[in-house]
Design a protein around this ligand. Sequence first.
Ligand code: AMP
Ligand code: GLY
Length: 425
Amino acid sequence: MNILVVGSGGREHALAWKIKQSPLVKKLYIAPGNGGTAQEGENVPISADDIPELVKFAQDKKIDLVVAGPELPLVLGLKNSLDKAGIPCFGPGAFAAQLEGSKAFAKSLMAEAEVPTADFKAFDDYIMAKEYLATQKPPIVIKADGLAAGKGVIIAETMEEAQKALEDMMVQKIFGAAGERVVIEEALTGEEASFLAFCDGHNIAFLPSSQDHKRIGENDTGPNTGGMGAYSPAPILPEDKFEETADLVIKPVIQHLEEMGHPFKGVLYAGLMITDSGPKVLEYNVRFGDPECQPLLMRLENDLVEVMLACVEGTLNKIPLKINPKHSMCVVLAAKGYPGSYAKGHEISGIEEADNLPGVKVFHAGTSLKNGQVITNGGRVLGVTALGDDLKQAKENAYAAVSKISFQDMYFRRDIGDKGLRYNE
Ligand code: AMP
Ligand code: GLY
C-alpha cells in the first residue's frame, strides 16, 4: 500500500514511525513532514491545509490511505474531497470535524447526546453575551468558537478578566472569525485526562488513558502550549474505568453522529476533567493528541495500518487492540521563548545517542535537515519518549534520554508525570 500522512509535528513523526513498521506498506509519504519523518518515508512539500494539492498528489501517487494528523485539513474537508476522488481517509469529514472546529457545535452535540460537560451558553451577539456574563459568578470560562491554535480559551478568575476576554474576542476580534461566536461556560475543577478511541463510524476501540501537560512552566504555570509532555496510563483514569468512561463520553457521540448520517471514522479524543461528580468533557479533538500520540503509539502493539483500515472499512470490531502493559512518557524539548517567539536553525546533537537507549524513541516535531544535520525549526522541537515497567521508570528512562540531547536555548519541563507519581505515595 501507498500511504500519505498529512502534518509536520511530533504526532506525525510517531504516526509515520508506527505506520512504517507495517508489512502492508510499500511507500510512505509525509506532507510536509519534518526532519524525523524524512527518516521514515519521503517528505513532500505540500502544506497540511492545501486540500487541492494533497488530493492531487494522492491521485498522482496512487495513495491507498491518507492519514490526517492535525485537525485543520479535516475541518477544511480533506476527507470529503478524498471521498470524491475515491481515496480512503483516516479521519472524519467536515461535518463531524466541527466537533473540534466549532465549540458551539461540540457543546450542542454533547447536549443532544447527553454527554456530561460544563454548563454553557453560546452567543453570536456581543451585547447578549455581555448581559449573560453579568449574571454569572467567576471563575468563568470564555471560549472562542473556532480554531485558535490552542489560545482561544480564557479561564477568567475575575469579572473584569471575563469581560475583557469577551471584548477581545467579539469586538477586537483578536482571533479573527474564530471569535465571532463565543461559548461562555462554567469553570470545572479536578484533574485532566485524555481519552482517545479509534472509531469506524459504529464500533469503537479505546486506547489507554494519558495525561498532557499544557502549560509551559513547571507545576502547571504560565501560558498554554500545544503540550509539553504526556504519559500513559494516567492513574486519574485507571483501566477499570475505561469501559464506563467510553460509555459516557465516546459512544453517545459516535452513535449520535451515525444517526445524523455522518459516521465518525478516525480517532476521537475526549479531553476530560475528572471532577468529584465524575468525568466531564472539556473538549473533543478529531485526531490524535500531540504529544499524547507519542506515548500511546509506543504502547500500541497492533499493526497501526490494519487498525486504520478497519476504521475506514467499518470492521474495527474484528480487531482487538493489543496494548503493552508498560508505562510510557514523552518529554517535549522546546525552543526557549515558545509558545511566544523563538529562534530557529540551531544544530541539535545527541539524538542518535538518546535513540539507542533501550525502550527510547526520539520523535521529531519542529526540526528540519540541513546538509544531513538536524536543526531546530519550530517551537516544540523533539518529543523524547520512553517505556518503563512503571511510571517512575518511564520517567527515569525519558529524562536519561533527554540528558543526551542538546541545542542552544533548549527548554523542557522536569516535572512531566509528577501528578501521576503522586498516586504511588
Ligand atoms: P479546550 O481547548 O476547550 O480543551 O481548553 C483548553 C484548556 O482549558 C483545557 O485543557 C483546560 O485546561 C481548560 N479548560 C477548558 N474548559 C474548561 C472548563 N470549563 N473549566 C476549567 N478548565 C477548562
Ligand atoms: N495535546 C493536546 C492536543 O493535542 O490537543
